[in-house]
Design a protein around this ligand. Structure first.
Ligand code: NCD
Ligand code: ZN
Length: 407
């Protein structure tokens, strides 16, 4: 039994909490606040094929350090996770690695959509958290942008009651702009190549197909005002359309290229401060349902390659909770909104079973992020050097207590 004494709840009460566990521990939690453990519906833990960037040993450690006890892993692996057999292979590897570090991280997998393997959707419907469609290309070789295959995927997913998650960027528009800006060496052109229009066009099509076939739609890493307007309209029509935002689109904008260079590359790209504002507004009016980190680690050496060769993506799973807590102190969002975005909404949308995982937070703790202490194998962060107020102190996953000061 784990006994948590006199912990504060986010709605202003003090309670004693008893959690079932094989350990016997008492925590004096007078100075701590209780949150349901976070659910991160968007991670790339790189197994199989990208183990030099991250494994489930380092990824799980980073998750726990960030108060996360449930993750949904993306299928853009090497080889990509597009069949029942590959899912089984991946699950076996992941479970081995979690066992090695003895972390009971709850994990779910997306099936990758591939035009030649759409029959895998009904074959795997009981074991996947959703179908991931890359409407635009990103890391890995998953891309499915022809109309016929998209129609088929939405139809089958609806029939199998599988939620469709889309990386919504229009590949045709990306390729046109890529030619236009060929030869540019400044990474800031990434944001011109992957335009707001490319994102809006793909979201518009995804909503159209979801409505046509009666599919549930989850738009990952929304980043523009235009996408959010489309999603807001779909929600107002009563369609089951949901939106995710990634921390980097909330806390960084396209000014970051100046300081970070190619390290600032991410898909969809960093946007103007106008878009960042639109994201915060969409959190306020609940157009945005969830925060998914899009934790996409690459090594620093890979990120430092010239524009055109450097990969896109940031590690972030261990820092997004502190970023949100710090934003609470800055009055950008409430504690209730944090709970809804990081726990309640993902649990409802993906119909997850309820558990009693919790995280205890020291709301007053101030700490500066340094790369050296990060748990991610990538060992760097776009937020290095930032000083944040509000940090998780203990994570309890499936009855196991993690003291984050000793992790
Ligand atoms: C992701 C990755 O590296 O796996 N990169 C990224 O920039 N977000 C892929 C993705 O989600 O698009
Ligand atoms: Zn993506």
């Amino acid at each position: 039994m784990i006994e948590i004494r006199k912990v504060q709840t986010s709605d202003g009460h003090r309670i004693d909490l008893f959690l079932e566990s094989s350990e016997s521990r008492v925590i004096d939690a007078k100075h701590l606040m209780l949150f349901p453990a976070l659910i991160d519906p968007h991670v790339h833990f790189r197994v199989p094929g990208g183990e030099h960037k991250e494994t489930w040993e380092t990824g799980a450690m980073a998750a726990i350090a960030g108060g996360v006890t449930t993750v949904f892993d993306m299928p853009n692996n090497t080889p990509s996770c597009i069949t029942k057999e590959r899912l089984a292979d991946k699950r076996a590897l992941v479970e081995q690695q979690l066992k090695r570090v003895d972390i009971p991280l709850r994990h779910y997998f997306y099936l990758g959509a591939d035009r030649n393997h759409l029959k895998e959707i009904p074959r795997t419907e009981q074991e996947i958290v959703g179908l991931k469609i890359y409407m635009g290309s990103s890391t890995g070789d998953l891309l499915m942008n022809d109309r016929e295959a998209l129609e088929e995927a939405f139809r089958i997913a609806a029939e199998s009651d599988v939620i469709v998650a889309v990386h919504a960027e229009d590949e045709e528009l990306i390729q046109i702009r890529k030619k236009e800006f060929a030869g540019q060496t400044d990474p800031k052109y990434h944001s011109f190549i992957r335009s707001n229009l490319a994102a809006a066009k793909a979201v518009e099509l995804a909503i159209h197909l979801a409505e046509k076939y009666g599919a549930r739609l989850y738009v990952v890493h929304t980043s523009t005002r235009e996408e959010l307007d489309l999603i807001r309209r779909a929600k107002n029509k009563g369609l089951p359309v949901f939106a995710e935002a990634a921390p980097h689109h909330l806390f960084l904008d396209d000014e970051a290229y100046q300081e970070m260079g190619t390290k600032a590359l991410v898909n969809p790209p960093l946007r103007s401060s106008k878009d960042t504002e639109a994201l915060w507004e969409a959190i306020e009016d609940e157009t945005i349902d969830t925060i998914g980190t899009d934790h996409a680690p690459h090594t620093l050496a890979e990120k430092m390659k010239p524009f055109g060769a450097a990969p896109s993506g940031f590690p972030s799973i261990e820092l997004y909770f502190p970023l949100l807590l710090d934003a609470y102190h800055k009055k950008k969002l409430s504690l209730e909104q944090i709970v809804s975005l990081t726990h309640t909404r993902p649990q409802e949308i993906f119909r997850l079973p309820i558990n009693d995982d919790v995280v205890l937070v020291d709301l007053e703790k101030v700490k500066t992020i340094d790369n050296e202490h990060l748990k991610t194998k990538a060992k760097w962060s776009p937020y290095a050097g930032w000083t944040l107020k509000g940090w998780p102190r203990y994570t309890i996953a499936n009855g196991k207590l993690f003291d984050l000061e000793k992790l």
